[in-house]
Design a protein around this ligand. Sequence first.
Ligand code: SF4
Length: 92
Amino acid sequence: MTEEQAELVLQIARDYRSSISVACTGCAYCVTECPKKLEIPKFMELYNHLNYVGYLTLPEIDEIPEVTKPHNCIGCVKCTHHARRDFQSRML
Ligand code: SF4
């Protein structure tokens, strides 16, 4: 790989990283605490995808069971107990 190619790859990585709205790693520890068993990491992934490409497709939304969708959240904040500090601050 040439120096120019390496710089291009780094620039793409920087652009992608800066586009990530929520720094969720998908560990799913939050799901074990959630009394509603909401698919929190999946929604974080979809949220980041939406912010990166600007749209979501219906299959991406439809594949999530209705009972695990965000409108079922009761706001107990138990999911934040396992979230990394920088992750929590980015959610606020
Ligand atoms: S606030 Fe409570 S119900 Fe809502 S996602 Fe977090 S743990 Fe689940």
